[in-house]
Design a protein around this ligand. Structure first.
Ligand code: G1P
Ligand code: ZN
Length: 542
């Protein structure tokens, strides 16, 4: 039986950079998830009888919302749902399943790298038929629906057995529970030279992959250990837990410090990597060297032809605006375009669909390609392994050689988390007031080339997106960028991105915090960070 349940709108269901993210207790409120899911369905047209993919990163509250989403999909007329076994599906794997099985769309439950558990974060995101996050036109329609919703539709049916692979039915809708790893692994085998990587593992090459008790554990075990022959124990923290073992599943130098320390030790393995809560981010650390995500994007683009999936070359690169300009130099040399988009993977979708870009990346540990429409953590790790296997060089040599050839973009991001929202808005407003002024005392003798609030014109659908970050661009190519996070769930998070280009190989060594110290100071003074936020230091430096 299909039930129509009366409900009232919640005022706060505006999707952010990546879907709707809130604390678990917010999602546990009566009708909260139901309202949002119904608002998604109410924004769709032509979905009747079609397929919907449903899965999540396994965090606390995942199973409950999976059951709700299945019953609501049945009540809203979908013909079939494909659900990852146990309700699990990494974000890139969800994107692949949507594409491969020609689904109408997908519901991905995740709050990515944010902590999980009863007091942690939860999220719901809708992806469209190309496998990518819904574009702004749809997320705006969802928000508009959420503000006027009066009812939701749900099948009055028993829970589906999520752990058993097989097919069942809910109100005439087919429910298929499938192995979340198989399709994804098949895609990776098409893109990469597994024999080259297998040979490497058969020799002395050693690796450590930290799955951070999140979704990539089962994927990494199946691919790295079982298929590619990496030693058992290569994958650590490989069992997904609802609270990620109490940790923050964010693969950066703060939350993956254990991996970093091991990679800097004398007996370090050759290659270290980690992925986040839902499997779309990656961290790459060679023995003795951390590879910044911006450098990783540039390096992957420059070397992608070494993997069979990209042997014919790449059509273009795309990076989010705050991501360092290292990729631009590679594009320039390859005589292809480098697109600069606002923050968030949804802006890459059109470029990938139109064949304008092949490889995309963000400074926030996200890299990916046209194989799916999400960033993909394990994909980046496998491409790196393929490159290392073909070049037969250490990660450190590959990076140094890249800097010598293209120059080094010293880069850092300083985050000020959980800042009072009003103060953060005041700080941004004050920066906006400085735009266009040529002489700002805080800049000292650093010559400004220009400043603006970043706006993007999408060359494919001609949409315009404004207000995407305050940029101060200097004559020597350095940049300072400020923006407020669109994924945080507590107060506001101020992100400050700082970059300087260094062409001289003799000056390319050293720690970015030191190499960028002048710019870091300017960035703090210019935005009046301490007086306005009360923070004398960032909460996280990456
Ligand atoms: C952050 C990252 C951004 C990424 C997003 C989703 O968004 O900065 O690059 O696409 O998470 O993973 P933000 O919190 O900055 O809005
Ligand atoms: Zn993620």
């Amino acid at each position: 039986m299909i039930k129509t349940i009366p409900t009232k709108p919640f005022p706060d269901q505006k999707p952010g950079t990546s879907g709707l993210r809130k604390k678990v207790p917010v999602f546990q409120q009566k009708n909260y998830a139901e309202n949002f899911i119904q608002s998604i369905f109410d924004s769709l047209e032509g979905h009747r009888g079609k397929t919907l993919v449903i899965g999540g990163d396994g965090r606390f509250h995942n199973r409950e919302v999976i059951q709700t989403a299945i019953k609501m999909a049945a009540a809203n007329g979908f013909g079939r749902v494909l659900v990852g076994q146990g309700g699990l599906l990494s974000t890139p794997a969800a994107s692949n399943v949507i594409r491969k099985h020609k689904a109408f769309g997908g519901i991905v439950l995740s709050a990515s790298h944010n902590p999980g558990g009863p007091d942690g974060d939860f999220g719901i995101k809708y992806n469209i038929s190309n496998g990518g996050p819904a574009p702004e036109k749809i997320t705006e329609a969802i928000f508009a629906n959420s503000k006027k919703i009066e009812r939701y539709l749900i099948a009055d049916a028993p829970d589906v057995a999520l752990d058993r692979i097989g097919t069942s039915e809910v109100e005439g809708m087919r429910v298929q529970i499938f192995d979340p790893v198989a399709d994804y692994q098949a895609l990776m085998e098409q893109l990469f030279d597994f024999d080259v990587i297998r040979d490497m593992f058969a020799g002395t090459f050693r690796m450590r992959f930290d799955a951070m008790h999140a979704i990539t554990g089962p994927y990494a075990k199946a691919i790295l250990e079982k298929t590619l022959g990496a030693a058992e124990g290569t994958v650590v923290n490989g069992i997904p837990l609802p609270d990620f073992g109490g940790h923050h599943p964010d693969p950066n130098l703060v939350y993956a410090k254990d991996l970093y320390d091991r990679m800097m030790a004398k007996d370090a393995p050759d290659f270290g990597a980690a992925s986040d809560g839902d499997g779309d981010r990656n961290l790459i650390i060679g023995r003795n060297i951390y590879v910044t995500p911006s450098d990783s994007l540039a390096l992957l683009a420059a070397n992608a032809h070494l993997a069979p999936g990209y042997a014919k070359g790449i059509a273009g690169i795309a990076r989010s605006m705050p991501t360092s300009m290292a990729a631009d130099r590679v594009a320039e040399q390859m005589k292809i375009k480098c697109y600069e988009t606002p923050t968030g993977w949804k802006f890459f979708g059109n470029l990938l669909d139109a064949g304008l870009a092949t490889i995309c990346g963000e400074e926030s540990a996200g890299t990916g390609s046209n194989h799916v429409r999400e960033k993909d953590g394990l994909w980046a790790v496998l491409l790196w392994l393929n490159i290392v296997g073909r070049r037969k060089e250490s990660v450190e040599n590959i990076v140094f050689q890249h800097w010598r050839e293209y120059g080094r973009n010293f880069y850092t991001r300083h985050d000020y988390e959980a800042v009072d929202a009003e103060r953060a808005n005041g700080l941004m407003k004050n920066l906006k007031d400085q735009l266009g002024k040529p002489n700002l005392p805080a800049l000292g003798n650093k010559a400004l080339k220009g400043s603006d609030d970043f706006a993007y014109h999408d060359p494919v659908d001609n949409s315009d997106t404004k207000g995407q970050g305050i940029r101060f661009l200097f004559k020597d190519g350095s940049r300072i960028i400020y923006r407020l996070s669109g994924t945080g769930t507590e107060g506001a998070t101020l992100r400050v991105y700082i970059e300087r280009y260094e062409p001289d190989p003799a000056k390319q060594g050293g720690d970015p915090q030191t190499a960028l110290s002048d710019l870091i100071q300017i960035a703090r003074n210019l935005a009046e960070i301490e007086p306005r936020t009360g923070r004398s230091a960032p909460s996280v430096i990456t």
